[in-house]
Design a protein around this ligand. Structure first.
Ligand code: SF4
Length: 287
């Protein structure tokens, strides 16, 4: 089976990503985010393990690249905690940085800064996920990932090195992190130029984790998702009017601070003023 595959998130009718390839250096992820959707379709997901024969396969497949955009990665974080010891993603970047391709890193780990020497000489960008400016909340939501404040420092370092960074404010969860004024202000001040927004989509296992960790919140969310919301593919979405409002509020904040904005898998493309995944930043230089 090919390692580099066409990015096609379950043929989602709401996906507006440009054509790109994707691969995951690891199966599973040890960031253990409460809201993670990948844990619903990959067994033993939080038991993170390296992909078998990854490097030899990537070496072979990289020979055929002709300048494609490669997104690393979409079903797991390429910088789980174990990456600090084994450096598998770094080895992949070494191979790809010598090939003809553009690199998009999607992560919520500060470890990506370690590889800035490779990224800054490649055509690359980093999409960092930050869901809140509150470290206490990020530790609850994303217990295995570095706290938000550390991610902000990492973003500043990457931008300093000339590597463009977009931020995924994803997911927005009603009653929990809908007010993003502080975060967007901080992101603008460190040189972020693009925000991608998305709301929490319920899958049974992520719902169970959220219900266990925050039972009072779950009680408030239940009617929104299970009575008033809608089923889209295998997920439960918030009611459309509420989703639209949450995304419009975020878009207005981004605009106020001079940042580009786009939604991810929400269907409100009229709000977007840039390519949704921030990949337009590759080659756009640092402002
Ligand atoms: S970082 Fe991404 S893949 Fe890893 S647990 Fe969190 S949401 Fe899932």
């Amino acid at each position: 089976m090919a390692l580099l595959t066409k990015f096609d998130p379950w043929s989602s009718k709401f996906c507006t990503c440009p054509p790109k390839l994707t691969f995951n250096p690891y199966t599973g992820c040890d960031h253990k985010c409460l809201y993670c959707y990948a844990s619903s379709y990959i067994p033993r997901f939080f038991n993170c393990r390296p992909k078998k024969d990854l490097i030899s396969k990537l070496r072979r497949e990289a020979l055929r690249l002709k300048g494609e955009l490669i997104s690393i990665s979409n079903s797991s974080d390429p910088y789980p905690n174990v990456e600090a010891e084994i450096g598998l993603t770094r080895q992949c970047l070494l191979i790809l940085s010598r090939s003809r391709c553009k690199i998009q890193i999607i992560t919520k780990s500060t470890l990506v800064v370690r590889d800035s020497d490779l990224l800054k000489h490649a055509q690359s960008m980093v999409a960092m996920t930050v869901t809140t400016s509150d470290d206490n909340l990020s530790k609850v939501l994303e217990p295995g990932a570095p706290p938000s404040s550390e991610r902000l420092k990492a973003i500043a370092k990457l931008i300093d090195e000339g590597i463009p960074v977009s931020v995924r404010v994803d997911p927005i969860i009603p009653y929990l992190n809908e007010d993003q004024q502080q975060l967007i202000k901080e992101l603008a001040s460190i040189g972020v130029r693009h925000i991608t927004g998305s709301t929490y989509k319920v899958r049974p296992d992520s719902w169970q984790r959220i219900s266990l960790a925050m039972p009072k919140l779950a009680e408030r969310l239940r009617p929104l998702y299970f009575r008033m919301g809608e089923k889209v593919g295998k997920c439960r979405y918030l009611p459309m009017g509420l989703r639209l409002k949450l995304m419009e509020d975020l878009a207005a904040l981004a605009k106020m601070h001079g940042l580009k904005f786009a939604v991810c898998r929400e269907g409100f493309t009229h709000i977007n003023n840039a390519v949704c995944d921030g990949s337009w930043l590759i080659g756009a230089g640092i402002a």
